[in-house]
Write a protein that binds this ligand. Structure first.
Ligand code: SIN
Length: 463
C-alpha cells in the first residue's frame, strides 16, 4: 500500500511499457474501452432531458457530466437556453407562450442549433455522451430529436424529471431568480413572478412520457428519485448512466473528509505500509471530535475509514457509527511499498520519471494507478450520493480522487493536489458547484506532498 507517489523500476526482464495501461497517454485511445478500464461500447448516446422548468434538469445534467468526466468518459452538455439567449437574452414569460409565433420560431431555431452542434461534436470523434438540456416537453419535440439522432447513428436516452414537490420547485425558482442570466439585473421578486408565469406557459403544452412513447429508451425520475421508471435500456453505458441517476438525491447536505493522523511511515518518509500513527497523529485523533463539532455541530455523522490501522486509529475517539471500507485503502504502490522517494528514484529511476510524466495513468509494478483507484472508488461515490452526513477518514491519493469528483478537478491535476495532514475538509454540494471549507488543527505534521520533478523526502511542516 502506498501513501503517495513514487516510482518503480524493473526486475531484469521487465520493461516499463509492459504495464502501461491501455488508453492512457501511451497508447492511442479506442472507444471500445475508452481508456478507463470499463467497458464503453462503441456507442454514442444523446441523453435528452425532459421536464418543466425548475425540476432540477440542469443540476442533474451537470452532475452526470461531472461523474462521466471523473470516469474519463468524454461528455458535454448542450443547453438550449444558452443558444436561445444569443437572439433573445432576456425574454419575458410571453416569449414562452406557444401561441406566440415569433417565440416559437426562435425557440425551435435554438433547439436546432444545439442539436446541430451536438451532432458535429459527435462526428468530430470527441465525445461519447451528450446531454441535451432543455424542456423537450412535447411528444412532437421528442420524436424530432429521436429521428434526428437515429439518422446520425446516435442513441437516445430520455431522462424526465417529474416533480410535484412544492418545496423543491420553490427552491429551484429561488435559485433561478438569483442566478439565471435570463433575469440578470432584474428585481428578484419580479423575476420569480415572471418565471412562475413561464412555467405556466410550459404547463399548458407539457406532455409527460407515457405509453404512447413506449418505443423510447427512457428513465422517469419522479420526485427526485422517490419513484423511478425505466424503459428499454439497451447497453452497458446507458445502464451506467441510469444507475447513477437512480442513486442521486439533491437534498442539501455536506461531506467531511480527513486524512489519517501523521503516521510513523510519514515520519520516516516511507510510502504505503500499515504503520501506526505517530505521537502527533495521536494528538490529531484526539482533536478530531472537537474539529468535527466545530464544523458539523451536533449532527449525527457516520464515519467511513479504510481497513488500515492509521485511519482506524485516527477515527477511534469519534463516537459515531463507523464503517471500514477496503475500497478506501491507499493507492497500492506494489513493489515500492515501504520505500522512500529517494530510494524509489535510485532503484527505479526510469519509472520514477514516467510516473512524473503521467501520474494519473501510471500503474506501479504490482500495484495501482490513480485511474485504477477511481474505478475502485465508484461504489463509494454511489453510496455518498445516496447518503447524508458522512465523514471519511482516509489516505492522500484516495482523498484526491474523491475530492476531484466533487470539485470537478481535471485528471492531469488531481494526482498533484496538496491535501495536508491534520486538516478537516467540508464539502457542500450546491446547485452548480461544490463549496469547500477547511479547518486546520494546530498540531504539526510532516508534509507528504511531493512536487512534480522533486525527489524530496517528506518535509517537516505544519500539516
Ligand atoms: C430556454 O429557451 O430557456 C429553454 C428552451 C426549452 O428548453 O424549452
Amino acid at each position: 500500500m502506498a501513501e503517495t507517489n513514487g516510482d518503480t523500476a524493473a526486475p531484469a526482464q521487465y520493461k516499463p511499457e509492459m504495464r502501461k495501461q491501455p488508453m492512457g497517454n501511451f497508447i492511442s485511445p479506442s472507444r471500445k474501452t475508452n481508456g478507463i478500464g470499463i467497458q464503453a461500447e462503441d456507442t454514442r448516446i444523446c441523453v435528452v432531458m425532459v421536464g418543466l422548468p425548475a425540476r432540477g434538469k440542469s443540476l442533474i445534467a451537470q452532475k452526470v457530466v461531472r461523474y462521466l468526466h471523473w470516469l474519463s468518459i468524454k461528455a458535454k452538455t448542450f443547453n438550449v437556453g444558452q443558444y436561445r439567449r444569443t437572439a433573445t437574452p432576456n425574454p419575458n414569460a410571453a416569449f414562452f407562450d406557444t401561441t406566440n409565433p415569433e417565440g416559437e420560431r426562435l425557440r425551435r431555431a435554438a433547439a436546432e442549433a444545439a442539436v446541430n452542434d451536438m451532432v458535429k461534436w459527435f462526428h468530430s470523434g470527441e465525445g461519447l455522451i451528450a446531454i441535451l438540456d432543455a424542456t423537450n416537453s412535447t411528444k412532437g419535440r421528442r420524436a424530432w430529436i429521436r429521428d434526428r439522432c437515429d439518422a446520425e447513428g446516435i442513441e437516445t436516452l430520455f431522462v424526465e424529471s417529474k416533480c410535484d414537490d412544492e418545496d423543491l420547485i420553490m427552491s429551484n425558482i429561488l435559485e433561478v431568480k438569483t442566478t439565471s442570466p435570463d433575469y440578470v439585473g432584474q428585481d428578484p421578486e419580479e423575476a420569480a413572478q415572471d418565471f412562475r408565469n413561464r412555467i405556466r406557459n410550459y404547463e399548458k403544452v407539457y406532455q409527460t412520457i407515457d405509453e404512447d412513447e413506449s418505443d423510447l429508451t427512457y428513465v422517469k425520475l419522479i420526485d427526485v428519485g422517490q419513484h423511478v421508471i425505466i424503459n428499454r435500456i439497451q447497453d452497458y453505458l446507458q445502464s451506467r448512466v441510469v444507475y447513477y441517476l437512480m442513486n442521486l438525491h439533491i437534498k442539501p447536505r455536506a461531506i467531511w473528509l480527513s486524512r489519517h493522523g501523521e503516521s510513523n511511515y510519514n515520519l520516516s518518509g516511507k510510502i504505503g505500509g500499515d504503520a501506526d500513527i505517530s505521537t502527533r497523529g495521536e494528538a490529531y485523533a484526539r482533536a478530531l471530535p472537537g474539529l468535527v463539532k466545530q464544523m458539523a455541530g451536533d449532527r449525527q455523522l457516520t464515519v467511513w475509514t479504510s481497513t488500515l490501522k492509521r485511519t482506524i486509529q485516527t477515527a477511534r475517539f469519534l463516537t459515531f457509527e463507523k464503517l471500514e471500507w477496503k475500497a478506501l485503502d491507499e493507492l497500492d504502490s506494489g513493489v515500492c511499498d515501504g520505500l522512500t522517494y529517494a530510494e524509489i528514484a535510485t532503484q527505479y529511476p526510469e519509472d520514477f520519471a514516467q510516473r512524473d510524466e503521467d501520474k494519473y495513468n501510471y500503474r506501479y509494478l504490482g500495484g495501482e494507478s490513480y485511474r485504477d483507484v477511481v474505478i475502485r472508488l465508484e461504489p463509494i461515490i454511489m453510496e455518498l450520493e445516496r447518503s447524508e452526513n458522512i465523514l471519511i477518514v482516509t489516505h492522500q491519493a484516495i482523498l484526491r480522487c474523491i475530492y476531484a469528483y466533487f470539485m470537478n478537478v481535471p485528471q492531469e491535476r488531481s494526482p498533484w493536489m496538496e491535501v495536508p495532514l491534520h486538516t478537516l475538509i467540508k464539502l457542500t454540494p450546491r446547485a452548480y458547484s461544490t463549496q469547500e471549507e477547511r479547518l486546520k488543527a494546530d498540531i504539526p505534521a510532516v508534509s507528504t506532498f511531493r512536487a512534480k520533478g522533486s525527489q524530496a523526502v517528506h518535509q517537516e511542516g505544519t500539516g
